[in-house]
Design a protein around this ligand. Sequence first.
Ligand SMILES: [Fe+2]
Ligand SMILES: [Fe+2]
Length: 152
Amino acid sequence: MTHALHGGSLIPTGSGVIDAEHGAILDLLSAMTAGGPFGLAELTALRHAVAGHFATETAEMAVLATDRRERHEQAHRSYFASIDALIATAERGGPLNDDDANRLMLWFIVHSNTADTELVEAARRANDEPPMISMDDWLDSLDEADRDALRS
Ligand SMILES: [Fe+2]
Ligand SMILES: [Fe+2]
């Protein structure tokens, strides 16, 4: 049996918006893994919440290098594929079990604590960059002879 708690618990990333969305998704996953109903309705609600949340993160990803952005987007696509496979099973009336719910929880916690934390940290660093100092403004403060020599 897969135990979701082996992934540890959700660590705040430091982004209020992302952490609030993580909390809402964790609530859905916790209900599924705690023996609550786990079927088409719950999976559809999860997919909806996850889609909105991944869109939030995609909007933040401009700060990531291309390869890291692609890896993060690929991880999101892979999670969608897992949820969609379970939705297809539920639609066929196939069995869903505790391991399925626990794996959804496990992935979500590990991803949030790693890739998402990196994303928030990269966004924070980008916002902390000092403003660009204009070379023209700086040259204007010099004597004319120095200014002309440096501008030429
Ligand atoms: Fe996330
Ligand atoms: Fe993510």
